[in-house]
Design a protein around this ligand. Structure first.
Ligand code: MN
Ligand code: MN
Length: 289
């Protein structure tokens, strides 16, 4: 496939994702079920001809990322600060976007991440040092009186790999690495009213394959068969058939899959994310219509 054909697949993934995001925002309302929101988003992606790149992440309040409802989750939205992070792929070429929906009273915190993303996009072009992007993100967020989350970063995107190099830090860094024309990257500032550091907590609902290996346990084998289609992309426990706790544990212990526990800060967190193609004079934001 030529580079132009690959970029067309990214654009198609981005266009579908932008449409889904617009609809998805309307489903996030006080009293609505998180599980219904997650499932309707994943259905809509497929109806529009895309593949779900990773489980719908719905992280509320102090949660920053990696939360998705379980099959049994009956919880509903309250006056929460909701981060919706969604992805579409076409033949493995991924578009990744996130938006914060404020059902409470957190306007400044939401604005901080949105402004940081806008200002970061303004400095993106081929040849720019990643440190310049990190600096503008940190400065924008701290101007609002919040902290950038230090241990969550933007990233490159590669076929069937959601988090590829380079890491695009949300806090000042010495980089040296420069963006290249045609590179596809996701920029995702997180603003925190807490410590600006997330920690792992709770039971994971999201997993991904590291590398398939032969296993004897029938439970583990059944899961490996079930997740074959996702390749190395993240999948949700609720997407699997039957009782899977034992098999997941065995696969994790054998180093075949990894778990993504929920990441939380000690205060509320907002996020904004878009995926872009780097060009010589700027960028093409593919997750906006
Ligand atoms: Mn994302
Ligand atoms: Mn991302």
């Amino acid at each position: 496939m030529t580079e132009a054909e690959v970029l067309e697949k990214y654009r198609e993934a981005g266009r579908i994702l932008a449409e889904v995001r617009t609809d998805a925002i309307k489903t996030i309302k006080v009293g609505k079920k998180l599980l219904d929101a997650a499932e309707s988003i994943e259905t809509l992606i497929q109806q529009k001809g895309g593949a779900v790149a990773f489980p719908t992440n719905i992280s509320v309040n102090e949660e920053a990322a990696h939360a998705t409802p379980s099959k049994a989750d009956a919880s509903t939205f309250g006056t929460d600060l909701v981060k919706l992070d969604i992805g579409v792929h076409i033949d493995g070429y991924i578009a990744d976007t996130a938006v914060t929906i404020d059902l409470g009273n957190n306007k400044e915190l939401v604005d901080a991440s949105n402004s940081a993303l806008e200002r970061a996009i303004e400095v993106v072009r081929a040849g720019v040092d990643l440190a310049a992007i990190s600096e503008v993100i940190e400065d924008t967020i701290t101007d609002y009186g919040y902290l950038p989350v230090a241990n969550l970063t933007g990233h490159g995107l590669e076929r069937y790999t959601q988090h590829a190099p380079p890491a695009i830090h949300n806090r000042r860094t010495q980089s040296g690495a420069k963006l290249k024309e045609g590179q596809v990257v996701a920029i995702e500032p997180f603003s925190s009213a807490g410590n600006g550091r997330v920690y792992e907590t709770g039971k994971a609902e999201i997993f991904s394959l590291i590398k398939a290996k032969p296993v004897r346990s029938p439970e583990a084998r059944a899961i490996l068969k079930d997740i074959d289609a996702y390749k190395t992309l993240p999948f949700a426990k609720r997407w699997l058939q039957g009782r899977v706790d034992l098999g997941l544990k065995q696969l994790e212990t054998a180093g075949i899959i990894r778990a993504y526990p929920v990441l939380k800060d000690r205060g509320f967190v907002s996020q904004a994310e878009d995926t872009l193609i780097v060009t010589n004079d700027g960028s093409e934001v593919i997750t906006r219509i």
